[in-house]
Design a protein around this ligand. Structure first.
Ligand code: 7TS
Length: 417
């Protein structure tokens, strides 16, 4: 079984050993074993070029942005705004001012909740989310519903972890004021048909927010082609440092929204009587932002461009197919999330063994997976499991690592039998 898949044309075209050399963290051992890092959905690792870009900033450019006429401030501002240009190209936004820098997807969704939701959603209105959302795309909307007397509606899913689009159709109506759905599920791996879902919502004039935290690292994203109204993602899941992230919003919507936070850099004029706000994107970036992290995000985008996003995605698809084949063949293992269209996530449970025990034994072998509810408790409830073990892949993982994962899962079962 292994030999046929190892000879696939995609895997031979992708020089994974060369790619791995770009990531210093992967060169270490854990518990005396080579690190096998399969927790990429939580945070991916950072390549040397991104680390180096951060060092250059800290060694030669560190200064506050936008406010200074002096040399260093101008250098920092140029680098920070340069990163915004890279983000614009990365997601094909019309204009860079449509790309707001935030700390991550969570802050991005909260920004839209405060700025758009609190202004435009009221009593009796409805917000549609899906049954597979991360808590980051549930809780802010629940808070808004509670505050405003609005109602949260939930698109259900089938046993494979695919959204029921007929049900979605039935939920859309003249009371719907926003649809907020994830592009790719962090707990199940499902890739949702968001382009169709966005078009469907637009028939009712309803704007759509896409939580792209698990999509941006794994597939090309074109916000104009998708025609989404908002798209949010985190840098630390796409090879950049923590503290970086983006809210894309259509300019005409961002222009109408309330600011998220008040403070420096987001104003035009301030008197004690009245403040006027800055233009986009500054209006949504109060205070000193995570300058070093966002510059790192720009460097991570350059890195992804340099290795080829399409080839990386094809290699990751092959890894997922191989891992699914190997792990699902083990007796007693049940895969949670078997959608036809999936990306980079393999969640599983083993009869009578708690996922935390699986995670602990895997760790002893140097294998990093995540065990828990993955901030998606409703998904766990839907599949009637307390938690899952989750292996999540990146283009720097190998089939040999998946072989070690599969063998170690077999050992876990032996230990507990
Ligand atoms: N949305 C999705 C789909 C996510 O997977 C996550 C984080 C978030 C939002 C929140 O991102 P943050 O960067 O603001 O924290 N998901 C995970 C995970 O699956 N394991 O750890 C974090």
């Amino acid at each position: 079984m292994a030999s046929t898949t190892l000879e696939s044309p995609v895997s031979t075209a992708w020089d994974v050993e060369c790619i791995r050399r770009d990531f210093p963290v992967l060169q270490q051992t854990v518990n005396g074993k080579p690190l096998i890092y399969l927790d990429n959905s939580a945070s991916s690792q950072v390549p040397q070029v991104v680390i180096d870009r951060g060092s250059v900033y800290l060694e030669q450019e560190h200064s506050n942005i936008h406010r200074g006429v002096h040399y260093l401030s101008q250098k920092a501002t140029t680098a920070y705004e340069g990163a915004r240009e890279k983000v614009k190209r990365f997601i094909n936004a019309r204009e860079s001012r449509e790309c707001i820098f935030v700390r991550g997807a969570t802050e991005g969704i909260n920004l839209v909740m405060y700025g758009y939701g609190r202004k435009f959603i009221g009593a009796g209105d409805e917000i549609i989310i899906s049954a597979m959302e991360h808590h980051a795309n549930i809780v802010p909307w629940q808070m808004l519903c509670e505050e405003k007397g609005a109602r949260l509606r939930v698109i259900p899913m089938n046993d494979a972890g695919e959204l029921l689009l007929d049900e979605y159709d039935g939920l859309l109506n003249e009371r719907t004021k926003l649809v907020a759905v994830m592009h790719v599920s962090n707990a199940l791996g499902t890739i949702n048909p968001i382009k169709e879902m966005i078009a469907q919502a637009h028939k009712y004039g309803v704007p759509v927010l896409i939580d792209g935290a698990q999509a941006a690292p794994h597939m090309p994203v074109d916000v104009q082609d998708l025609d989404c109204d908002f798209y949010v993602f985190s840098g630390h899941k796409m090879y950049a440092p923590t503290g970086s992230g983006v809210v894309y919003g259509k300019a005409e919507l961002l222009e109408k929204m309330n600011p998220f936070q008040g403070g420096g850099d987001m104003i035009k004029t301030v008197t004690f009587e009245k403040t006027t706000y800055a233009d986009l994107p500054n209006r949504f970036e109060a205070g000193t932002p995570a300058i070093a992290s966002q510059i790192g995000l720009g460097a991570a985008i350059d890195y992804l461009d340099s290795i080829g996003r399409e080839s990386a995605a094809a290699y990751e698809a092959e890894l997922l197919r191989y891992a699914t084949e190997r792990v699902s063949a083990i007796e007693g293992v049940r895969i949670i999330g078997t959608a036809k269209n999936k990306a980079s996530v393999l969640s599983f449970v083993i009869d009578d063994i708690h996922p935390h025990d699986i995670g602990t034994i895997l760790d002893q072998e140097g294998i990093a997976v995540r065990a828990g509810h993955h901030c998606a408790q409703p998904v766990m409830q839907r599949f009637k499991v307390p938690a899952t073990a989750r292996a999540s892949f990146s283009f720097y993982n190998t089939k040999e690592e998946i072989d070690v994962l599969a063998r170690t899962i077999e050992r876990v079962i032996e230990i507990f039998s």
